[in-house]
Design a protein around this ligand. Structure first.
Ligand code: FNU
Length: 211
């Protein structure tokens, strides 16, 4: 749906299963996010196939964290395969992020959703937000598991830079709370793809976001 703020994290290995879940849930999604499990299991061609099957944007969550040249070599092929956005780590520095941004729309990580993110990433989140404000990527990743951090990141981030938040459902985050805190998009994986009825699960979360 054009007005959806929901992104499916399609972390399955199998091509057929991925396409099936994508078809069943597409009506309620803004985009589909592809991560290493699906690329390792089904090959990069799955990006092209998902786009053809659903017509939705595809986000390649590779969390690129390499030197500029290697980031460029990887991002080039992934954008060529049809990815609309690539997620890159920003702690590696502005030159590495720029290498990806020069090739296509980029989303950078400023804080992760898991408990370990408090150890090394959260202490530098302010600097990563500054980097985002300077480079102006399409968006940033912030933790749905900590709505207060999403609100903080929103307060520091230039308007226009989107906030995408993984961690809803299986990791404990609540979609409604995170939207209220200032998230633009909610990323949900296991609560949809590992449920008995992915279409019903995605519909329920979609409706929660609409109210
Ligand atoms: P689910 N993801 C995440 N936290 O969970 N890209 C981050 O900080 C981050 C991510 C991804 O828990 C994770 O790899 F930067 O099953 C997975 O693909 O709902 C998805 O978001 C969350 O999946």
């Amino acid at each position: 749906m054009g007005d959806s703020r929901l992104i499916l994290a399609l972390d399955v290995y199998e091509r057929e299963r991925a396409l099936q879940i994508a078809r069943e849930t597409a009506d309620y999604l803004w985009a589909i996010k592809v991560n290493w499990p699906l690329i390792i299991g089904s090959g990069l061609g799955i990006v092209t196939e998902l786009k053809e099957e659903t017509g939705l944007p595809v986000i390649a969550d590779l969390k690129l964290a390499d030197i500029p040249n290697t980031n460029r070599l990887i991002a080039g092929r992934v954008f060529e395969a049809g990815a609309d956005y690539i997620i890159a780590h920003s702690f590696v520095g502005s030159d590495s992020v720029r290498a990806v941004m020069e090739l296509g729309k980029t989303i950078i990580v400023v804080e992760m959703s898991h408990p370990g993110a408090r150890e090394f990433i959260q202490p530098v989140t302010d600097k990563l937000i500054e980097l985002a404000n300077h480079l102006k990527p399409f968006g940033v990743i912030a933790p749905a598991t900590r709505p207060e951090r999403v609100a903080y990141i929103r307060s520091k981030l230039k308007p226009g830079i989107k906030i995408l938040t993984p961690g809803v459902g299986a990791q404990g985050g609540k979609a409604g709370e995170v939207l209220k805190a200032g998230a633009d998009y909610i990323i949900v994986g296991r609560s949809i793809y590992a449920s008995e009825n992915p279409r019903e699960s995605v519909r329920r979360i979609y409706e929660e976001l609409e109210v």
